[in-house]
Design a protein around this ligand. Structure first.
Ligand code: TTP
Ligand code: MG
Length: 687
């Protein structure tokens, strides 16, 4: 890699990450950079010599199966990058004028969607698990301490100065900091503390969005307007209130959209806040110098691919705009252009309102090859999945079996049963043939992980209130065309590819954590176990299984205590767009419903929704006739035209819309109501 004369990073932290990348990669030793792990960009490591850390990790893991596997993956990535570069060289010889024009048109179109009217904040608790542990043991505040034994889930800021961080094998961390105190995980405590924080957040934005156990997005536009506060003041107040009531510190980012707010919350960590002002020039300047890896959605692999074509910062994206869609695909092009422009969503909504794509469960265990044992394990997983499906109220049209061999190779197989499945019996019955086939394909198959997942979900909710499409569709229907697509208040389409990239980066991190478990377990079986109070292999498996489960749990929003009707963003039905299956979907609450006097169907007890619904009913000629005829039974409804254009539900769709695409014009897309719900004309959902 060569230096390209770009400006030095303004932030020390960014400069460290960028210099590390440059130095380590500059030695052509991509593996060493890779081994730095998923949390290289974590706050609190400004003074850490990452090159030294990479040597220590390299030497500590060399010779292990983990190391060999990482080396293999790194070589694969290097080969992939070589292909990307070859393709780029080929493209450089071609006339890309039309690609350039198209890119510029896309930029102009994206620019039109820029919304600078909102204030979105991202809050993130500092060293969360460690902070909670320190409340019970205050003496640990002053010494390096980490949580998690096999693999660190986090560590306090003292430990970070030594290079310790989440996603690092415990024994490696002990090499960096021999006095490190590693505590076992206690998820109940963290969940309880997270809920205390959430209760406070609900007062500032009742529709805040939890994105993980210790992170949330809030839209504080209304709060600031109502209280006459500027965003900085409001955020200082939130942080103070959280500290006073929960005794833990949080950091916050303030910006025009969720993407920038998330980046900004890491700027002044711990216990700080950072604002990127809502003006275009400031936003573009902020993005220009930002290393790509700082963006949520650009993980280690994508970072390296981009680096290879000379894109180190979001500013560098622009000069490569003509190549991006040909090299990485259309979605990546869109996503990268949004990163370059500093665009992101301003809509924030409770996590439980995101629709699920899949529900799954998996279990890690000691190497297992006995056929009876494997069947017992499969049965057990089917029962666990049944519980999750019951809780989330779904069945799956597709069933996926995942296995991890003792060699750590991961294989998946999927089947489409004749009916949607949800019971343990069905899940077992339809997954067993997949496993039997794998046993035939792989002689002496030995597993260390098994998982089942349902996709193409069908809701099992027994509610008829989706009638007329007035309420949001409560299940993901598995239609890929819905992914990343939402409909805004005006019935206009918005496409935010960031969802997909964020999910992929999250998965990459999760996979890396799993790989590190392997390193830790390998080390565990060696004689020179040096960690204090090491876990037994059983405990380590238990820790891994619980961590996987816990990482996915997001609790529903608490009811705001001091909510005044005017400052609360309306708690109405959500638009439906899909989020990866990370969000906990709570059982439905008992809802108050009002009966529609025209169609006699239950409707949301919200003035706006109810009135909208009545307008809708009245606007139907058939209903008017039915009303005139005083027919006792609900009137028959005509089906609307399937192109979804024209007047629908009393509103005109704008064809000069934000992303230039009228609803339901694309082939194969379902007819959508203006809230993004699939129209269900006779109140029957799913199969
Ligand atoms: P983070 O917010 O990523 O980290 P943190 O709060 O510990 O530190 P920071 O000050 O940088 O925000 O994650 C929140 C908690 O989630 C963390 O305390 C432990 C847990 N966690 C994992 O279990 N695995 C992981 O890989 C990471 C990053 C976090
Ligand atoms: Mg945190």
């Amino acid at each position: 890699m060569t230096t390209d004369g770009r400006k030095p990073q303004p932030e020390v932290q960014d400069a460290v990450a960028a210099a590390t990348a440059q130095a380590v990669v500059g030695e052509h030793d991509t593996l060493k950079y890779h081994l730095l792990g998923p949390s290289l960009t974590k706050a609190g490591q400004d003074s850490v010599d990452q090159q030294k850390i990479s040597e220590i990790i390299y030497n500590a893991s060399k010779g292990s199966k983990y190391f060999n596997n990482e080396e293999y993956k790194d070589k694969n990535l290097t080969q992939k990058i070589e292909k990307i570069l070859a393709k780029k060289r080929q493209l450089e010889r071609m006339d890309l004028a039309s690609d350039l024009r198209r890119a510029d048109e896309c930029i102009a179109e994206l620019e039109l969607s820029r919304d600078l009217s909102q204030t979105v904040i991202h809050i993130d608790c500092d060293a969360f698990y460690a902070a909670v542990e320190e409340l019970d043991r205050p003496e640990l505040k002053h010494v390096p301490m980490a949580v998690g034994k096999g693999v660190l889930t986090t560590c306090n800021y003292h430990a970070r100065k030594f290079g310790c961080r989440s996603g690092m094998a415990g024994f490696v961390a002990m090499k960096l900091c021999p006095n490190l105190i590693c505590l076992p995980l206690n998820f109940e405590k963290y969940t309880a503390k997270a809920q205390e924080v959430r209760e406070i957040l609900a007062d500032y934005d009742p529709r805040f969005e939890s994105s993980s156990i210790d992170e949330a997005y809030l839209n504080i536009t209304e709060y600031c307007g109502e209280k006459g506060m500027n965003p900085e003041e409001a955020v200082t107040q939130i942080r103070n209130e959280v500290y006073e009531k929960t005794h833990i510190t949080i950091s916050a980012g303030i910006a025009a959209n969720a993407k920038i707010a998330k980046i900004a919350s890491n700027r002044n960590k711990p216990n700080g806040q950072f604002r990127v002002a809502n003006d275009r020039a400031t936003i573009l300047a902020f993005m220009r110098d930002l290393p790509t890896r700082k963006v949520n959605g650009i993980g280690r692999v994508f970072e390296r691919e981009l680096d290879a074509i000379g894109v180190k910062t979001c500013g560098d994206i622009y000069s490569q705009r003509a190549y991006l869609s040909k090299l990485f695909g259309e979605k990546a092009f869109q996503f990268l252009m949004q990163c370059h422009l500093g665009l992101g969503r301003t809509k924030v909504q409770p996590a439980e309102e995101y629709e699920r794509k899949s529900v799954g469960t998996e279990s890690t265990f000691h190497d297992m090859s006995d056929k009876t044992e494997l069947r017992e394990k499969l049965r057990w997983i089917a029962e666990e999945l049944e519980k999750d499906l019951t809780r989330t109220q779904f069945k799956g049209r597709t069933l996926v079996l995942k296995i991890k061999l003792h060699t750590y190779e991961v294989l998946t197989r999927q089947t489409v049963p004749p009916k949607a499945v949800g019971t343990a019996d069905d899940l077992y019955t339809y997954s067993l043939p997949m496993m039997a086939k794998l046993e035939k394909e792989i002689p002496r198959m030995k597993l260390r992980l098994m998982g089942l997942r349902c996709t193409h979900l069908v809701s099992t909710k027994k509610t008829g209130i989706d009638f007329f499409g007035m309420r949001r569709l409560s299940s993901a229907d598995g239609d890929a065309s819905l992914s990343r697509t939402k409909v805004d208040e005006d019935g206009e389409w918005e496409v935010w590819p960031e969802e997909e990239f964020e999910a992929a980066a999250r998965q990459e991190r999760q996979d890396e954590m799993n790989e590190l478990e392997r390193l830790s377990q390998e080390h565990q079986s060696q004689d020179d176990v040096s960690a204090l109070d090491p876990l037994t292999q059983e405990e380590e498996l238990e820790e891994a299984n619980r961590r996987h489960k816990h990482g996915r749990e997001i609790l529903p929003n608490p009811t705001p205590k001091k909510q005044s009707t005017s400052n609360a963003r309306e708690l109405g039905p959500s638009v439906g767009f899909q989020k990866p299956a990370t969000g906990y979907v709570p059982p439905p609450k008992e809802e108050k419903l009002w009966m529609c006097p025209i169609c006699a169907r239950p409707q949301s007890a919200s003035d706006k929704d109810f009135n909208d619904h009545i307008d809708f009913c009245l606007s139907r000629q058939t209903i008017k006739e039915a009303v005139r005829d005083t027919s006792p039974s609900p009137p028959a409804l005509e089906r609307p035209t399937s192109d979804g254009g024209g007047k629908e539900n009393g509103h005109h769709y704008s064809h000069g819309n934000k992303r230039g695409r009228p609803p339901s014009k694309r082939k194969g897309e379902p007819v959508m109501s203006e809230r993004g719900s699939k129209k269900l004309f006779f109140g029957v959902q799913g199969s």
